[in-house]
Design a binder for this molecule. Structure first.
Ligand SMILES: Cc1cc2nc3c(=O)[nH]c(=O)nc-3n(C[C@H](O)[C@H](O)[C@H](O)COP(=O)(O)OP(=O)(O)OC[C@H]3O[C@@H](n4cnc5c(N)ncnc54)[C@H](O)[C@@H]3O)c2cc1C
Length: 373
């Protein structure tokens, strides 16, 4: 795909930043499991925490394609930082930008876009993953607002966030129709970071369990309308899949980078050359799908099918690419200092988070079967 001069220039800028600032720290961050807070500050300084939001709201005024390119390039050198950026932008900020009132946007988007604090999105619970309609966290209507109680699991960035967009039910009997979304400020009494999740990969991204204990949310922080939360988070997740696709694309490219580095230093067998060609072809196909979904979103069209294509394909390509790269390169790829060692563990999230591969296939089949033939 031929990118516009603006997008090419932006890729060049982001790549330089990623290679000079983020890449040198990626191995240490993975080994220590320490959150990438310095990287967050560096991204904030350059405006990268607000890439697709308008300048009037403190953003860079670019588009979703530019944002996808940024997530790709950063994930190529450090997937933990790429996920932090993706969750902050697509999950923590987008729903406020899309569904918030003017007052909510003016209050929350500028500090999020400028990196005064991170954003997060709390949907998943111990008994509600793919079946998000079965969430058990409750919101009870009281004078001037709501009181939230419940538990959320595997919430990215929430240990370092200023706001979390939370889904809770006003009436469990109503199933998905009872769900309502709220903008929760993490300084509120009753907002508890219960524990850090210790993960196989993405060890330097922050993932936590949250508890809400009689957490008061003012009426002004209702996001959208009561009983409209399911639609809000479904649309948020659709867009989020572009960035998870871009995050997986970055990891797939990183595996290809390792193969190219390795192959350029030796005579390689025909079998290795074939493996490299196959990985390169799949990575390019994943890039086309991710960029296509971003362009459709930039045109203001719903892109459910294209987002699912991008997320499903890029996540599976990331897993295949790193697996092939490790097999071709052999034992040195197992070394704890090797990028592939880290990417091998990081890539698995792509097939699970923001909708598993099985759920992506259900979405694609549903959309494809609506089409006239
Ligand atoms: C690193 C990380 C970060 C995350 N960050 C966040 C976050 O910021 N916010 C947030 O809310 N959540 C977050 N999550 C949670 C994530 O979105 C969930 O893991 C995901 O929705 C899947 O839910 P589950 O893991 O409970 O799997 P389950 O839903 O329990 O699925 C288990 C298996 O059953 C299959 N399955 C389930 N339902 C169906 C069906 N109807 N048809 C066919 N197969 C089915 C699944 O495909 C899977 O194979 C994160 C997860 C990870 C790993």
């Amino acid at each position: 795909m031929i990118l516009s001069a603006t997008h090419q220039q932006f890729r060049h800028e982001i790549r330089e930043f990623a290679n000079s600032v983020i890449k040198p720290r990626a191995g240490d961050h993975d080994r220590s499991g320490k959150f990438v807070i310095e990287n967050v500050k560096e991204m904030a300084l350059r405006g990268y925490l607000g890439i697709p939001w308008p300048k009037e709201l403190g953003g860079l005024g670019l588009d979703y394609l530019a944002y996808a390119i940024a997530v790709e390039e950063i994930s190529r050198v450090c997937a933990s930082t790429g996920l932090t950026l993706a969750a902050h932008t697509s999950l923590g900020t987008y729903p406020i930008f899309k569904f918030g009132t003017e007052a909510q946007k003016l209050k929350y988007i500028p500090p999020l876009a400028q990196g005064k604090y991170l954003g997060a999105f709390g949907l998943t619970e111990p008994n509600a993953g793919s079946d998000a309609a079965s969430i058990e966290s409750t919101a009870q209507k009281v004078a001037n607002g709501y009181v939230l109680n419940g538990t959320k699991r595997f919430i990215t960035n929430a240990g370092f966030a200023g706001t979390v967009v939370v889904a809770a039910t006003l009436d469990r009997k109503l199933g998905r129709k009872g769900i309502t979304c709220f903008i929760v400020e993490t300084k509120s009494q009753g907002f508890i970071v219960a524990k850090e999740e210790h993960k196989l990969g993405l060890r330097a991204s922050n993932t936590v369990e949250l508890a809400f204990e009689d957490l008061f949310v003012p009426q002004d922080n209702l996001l959208g309308h009561e009983y409209d939360g399911y639609r809000i988070f479904m649309e948020t997740l659709d867009g989020g899949r572009i960035s998870i696709g871009a995050f997986c694309l970055g990891m797939a490219q990183s595996a290809l980078d390792s193969l190219i580095n390795w192959a350029q230093k030796r005579e390689i067998s025909q079998q290795a050359a074939k493996a490299i060609a196959d990985v390169a072809t799949e990575v390019e196909a994943a890039r086309l799908l991710v960029y296509d979904a971003a362009i459709i979103k930039d045109q203001g069209r719903r892109a459910d099918k294209q987002c699912a294509f991008a997320k499903l394909f890029a996540s599976e390509v990331a897993m295949r690419s790193v697996n092939v790269a490790m097999s071709v390169i052999g034992i040195q790829s197992l070394d704890s200092e090797s990028d592939l060692n880290r990417v091998y563990r990081d890539a698995k999230l792509g097939e699970i988070g923001e909708g598993t591969s099985e759920i992506m296939r259900l979405i694609i089949a549903k959309e494809v079967l609506k089409e006239e033939v």
